[in-house]
Design a protein around this ligand. Structure first.
Ligand SMILES: Cc1ncc(COP(=O)(O)O)c(C=O)c1O
Length: 367
C-alpha cells in the first residue's frame, strides 16, 4: 500500500476550474462603471440599509438559525407557506446544498449548454458528472434535455431566465420539461432574475412546486434587491425537500444583518417596482441602441444583454472588452461559458448606459 505524503483531495476535485466572478477594478481608474456581475442599477432599499446598520451593535449575537422573520415576510409577500422556505447564503449555497443532498459520484446533473456555470462546477464538487444539453437559439431546449435523462440523472438545473443568455422558458415549456422527468429527478428552477421578467407566459416556478414533489424554486436577494454583498437567497420546496435541506445546511448559514436587510427589502414593494421600471426602460433603450450600431443581441428578459461581436480581430469581443475597459467600463467576457464571441453587459444607471452606448458607437465606427 502506498501512503500519500501530502493531503490528497477526493477524486475529481483537481479537475474543477474555479468560478471566476466579474472584475471590479481597473488599474488607474478610481470609479469604473461596473457592468460585469448583473448587480442592481439602483442599489438597495434605504430601509434595507437602515436595517443592516441597526444590527451593528448586535453582531456578537448569533442570528436566528431558522430565519423565521424572513421566511414569514417572504411567505406574506409571495403567498407561500414559510415552512417550505429554506434560506441560504446566496442561491449559490442552495445550489450546493441541493447537490450535496441529491447527487454524488456516479450520478448525473443535467443543465443546458450555456446555463449558469455553478451547476457544472457544483456537480463536480460532489463528484457527480455534469451533462450539458445543447440549446436552440441560445435558449434552453426541453427536448434536448429530456433526451439526455438517464437512470443516473438526479437533478436538472434550469436558470429561468438564464444567465448569461437572458432568454427564458415559458410556463408551458417548463411544465413539459417537468412532465417528461421521472419523479425521482429534482427539477431545480433557478429564478434569480424572475423579478425583471415582464412576459405573460412566464412563471417563476411557484405553480410547479405547488403541484409536484420534485420541483424546487431558487431565488436571490443579489439581483433586483441589490444585496449581493450580504449573500442571501431562498428556496421554495416541497416539505420533504425543505426537511432535507434543513438537515444539510449549517445551523447559522445566513448572517443576522442579511436576515434583517432581507425583511426590509421584501417589504419595500415601491422600491421593487422602481427597479423593475428602471430595467424595463433601460433594457429597451440599450438594446435598441446596440442593435442600431449593428451589434447582434440575444433578446433578453433580465437585467443584462448578451452581445455578439464579429470575428474580425479589430472588432471582436476581446477588442471591445479592452476598448471599454480603457474607457473605465467593466463588462463580462464569456469564454468560460463557451461564448468567446460575446460580452455580457449589465443594465446599470441611465447615465452609465448612455456612456457605454457612446463608447460602443465610437468603437463600431468605421476606421
Ligand atoms: C442564474 C443565477 N443563479 C444564481 C446566482 C447566484 O446568486 P447568489 O448571489 O444568490 O449566490 C446567479 C448569480 O449571478 C445567477 O446568475
Amino acid at each position: 500500500m502506498t501512503i500519500a505524503t501530502v493531503p490528497t483531495p477526493r477524486p475529481g476535485i483537481l479537475d474543477i476550474t474555479p468560478y471566476v466572478g466579474g472584475e471590479a477594478k481597473i488599474a488607474g481608474i478610481d470609479k469604473p462603471i461596473r457592468l460585469a456581475s448583473n448587480e442592481s442599477a439602483l442599489g438597495p432599499s434605504a430601509n434595507a440599509i437602515a436595517a443592516y446598520r441597526a444590527l451593528a451593535g448586535e453582531i456578537h449575537r448569533y442570528p436566528d438559525g431558522g430565519a423565521l422573520e424572513l421566511r414569514e415576510a417572504l411567505g406574506r409577500r409571495h403567498g407561500l407557506d414559510p415552512a417550505r422556505i429554506v434560506c441560504g447564503a446566496g442561491s449559490d449555497e442552495l445550489i450546493t446544498l441541493l447537490l450535496r443532498s441529491y447527487a454524488g459520484p456516479g450520478d448525473e446533473v443535467l443543465h443546458s449548454r450555456h446555463g449558469f456555470l455553478m451547476y457544472p462546477i457544483g456537480a463536480q464538487t460532489v463528484g457527480a458528472t455534469p451533462i450539458a444539453a445543447p440549446e436552440r437559439a441560445l435558449t434552453t431546449d426541453v427536448d434536448a434535455l429530456l433526451e439526455r435523462v438517464t437512470e443516473r440523472t438526479r437533478i436538472v438545473f434550469i436558470a429561468n431566465p438564464n444567465n448569461p443568455t437572458g432568454t427564458y422558458l415559458g410556463a408551458a415549456e417548463m411544465a413539459r420539461l417537468h412532465d417528461g422527468l421521472p419523479p425521482s429527478v429534482v427539477l431545480a428552477i433557478d429564478a434569480a432574475y424572475a423579478e425583471f421578467v415582464n412576459r405573460n407566459d412566464y412563471e417563476a416556478g411557484v405553480a410547479l412546486v405547488d403541484r409536484a414533489d420534485n420541483v424546487v424554486m431558487l431565488r436571490t436577494f443579489s439581483k433586483i434587491y441589490a444585496l449581493a454583498g450580504l449573500r442571501l437567497g431562498w428556496a421554495y420546496c416541497p416539505p420533504e425537500i425543505a426537511d432535507i435541506l434543513n438537515r444539510m445546511r449549517g445551523p447559522f448559514n445566513v448572517s443576522a444583518p442579511a436576515l434583517a436587510a432581507g425583511v426590509a427589502a421584501v417589504e419595500d414593494v415601491a422600491g421593487l417596482v422602481r427597479a423593475q421600471r428602471h430595467n424595463e426602460r433601460w433594457l429597451a433603450w440599450f438594446s435598441e441602441r446596440l442593435t442600431g450600431l449593428g451589434i447582434q443581441l440575444t433578446p433578453s428578459v433580465a437585467n443584462f444583454v448578451l452581445a455578439r461581436f464579429p470575428d474580425d480581430p479589430y472588432k471582436n469581443a476581446a477588442a471591445v472588452f479592452a476598448f471599454l475597459q480603457s474607457r473605465g467600463i467593466l463588462t463580462r467576457q464569456m469564454g468560460g461559458y463557451g461564448l468567446p464571441q460575446c460580452l455580457r453587459i449589465t443594465i446599470g444607471t441611465g447615465e452609465e448606459m448612455e456612456r457605454v452606448a457612446a463608447v460602443l458607437d465610437e468603437f463600431m465606427a468605421p476606421r
